[in-house]
Design a protein. Structure first.
Length: 237
C-alpha cells in the first residue's frame, strides 16, 4: 500500500539540539547565581554587617546584569552585521555570476550524494528563484538564513533578566532580615541544583547528575571566595 508524505508515520522525535530559549536562560541564571552568591559569601566571610552584604549583593546584581546585557548585545549585533555583510556578497554574486553560482550549487548537491546529472537539474530548478537560491547558498556556505538572524535586543534582554533572577536569589534572605550566610547558602544550593537539573533537558546526562555537578562547582566557587573574604577580614584589610 502506497503512502503519501502526509500519511507517513513519524517513529521518533528529536530534542531541540540548539537549546532554544532554555539554554541561554538557564546558563544566564546560573551565572548570576554563582557569581553573586560567591560575592556575598566573600563579603560575609570578611565579617561585614548585614547592610554591607545586601549592598554588595545588589551592586553585584546590577553590575553583572548590565555587563551581561551589554556584552551579549555587542556580541550578537557584531555577529549579525558580519552575517548581513556576507549575505550581501552572496546576493551580488548571484546577480553577477549566476552560472558559476548554479554550478557551485550543483557541486554541493553532488558532494552530498546526488548523481551529477540530478545535481545539475536540482541546482537549475532551485536557481530559478533568486531568493530561494540565496537562502540555499547562505545556509550551505554561512550557516545562516536571510531575515532570520538573532536579535541583539532580545539576546540582551534575555541575558539581563536571567542573570538578574539568578543573582537575586542569594540576596533575598538578607532582605527579609537574615543575619547569617546560611539561608542564602540553602537558597543558592537549591537554585544551583535546579538549574543544573534543567540543563539535563538539553544534554544526555541524568537530571540528578547535572544538578549535583552544578551544585558542587558553584558551591566550591562560593567556598573559596568565603575563605578569601575571611582571610582578608581577619587581617583587617
Amino acid at each position: 500500500m502506497s503512502a503519501t508524505v502526509a500519511e507517513t508515520e513519524i517513529h521518533h522525535e528529536h530534542r531541540d539540539v540548539t537549546g532554544g530559549w532554555l539554554r541561554p536562560a538557564v546558563f544566564g541564571a546560573m551565572d548570576g547565581l554563582v557569581s553573586n552568591f560567591a560575592l556575598i559569601a566573600g563579603v560575609a566571610g570578611g565579617g561585614a554587617p548585614q547592610k554591607v552584604v545586601v549592598l554588595a549583593g545588589l551592586a553585584g546584581l546590577a553590575a553583572g546584569a548590565f555587563s551581561m546585557a551589554a556584552g551579549e548585545y555587542i556580541s550578537v549585533a557584531s555577529q549579525a552585521e558580519l552575517a548581513e555583510a556576507e549575505i550581501e556578497i552572496e546576493r551580488r554574486e548571484l546577480v553577477r555570476n549566476p552560472g558559476d553560482e548554479q554550478a557551485e550549487l550543483a557541486q554541493l548537491y553532488e558532494s552530498r550524494g546526488l548523481e551529477p546529472e540530478l545535481a545539475v537539474e536540482v541546482a537549475r530548478q532551485l536557481s530559478r528563484d533568486p531568493e530561494k537560491a540565496l537562502r540555499i547558498h547562505t545556509q550551505a556556505e554561512l550557516g545562516v538564513t536571510p531575515g532570520d538572524l538573532p536579535s541583539p535586543l532580545l539576546a540582551a534582554g534575555s541575558s539581563f533578566l536571567s542573570f538578574a533572577v539568578g543573582a537575586f536569589l542569594p540576596v533575598l534572605p538578607y532582605l527579609f532580615g537574615a543575619t547569617s550566610l546560611l539561608p542564602a547558602a540553602l537558597i543558592a544550593a537549591a537554585g544551583l541544583f535546579s538549574a543544573g537539573a534543567m540543563v539535563a533537558k538539553i544534554t544526555t546526562r541524568a537530571w540528578w547528575f547535572s544538578g549535583l555537578r552544578q551544585l558542587i562547582l558553584g558551591g566550591a566557587a562560593a567556598a573559596i571566595t568565603y575563605v578569601v573574604g575571611s582571610l582578608i577580614g581577619a587581617n583587617g584589610l
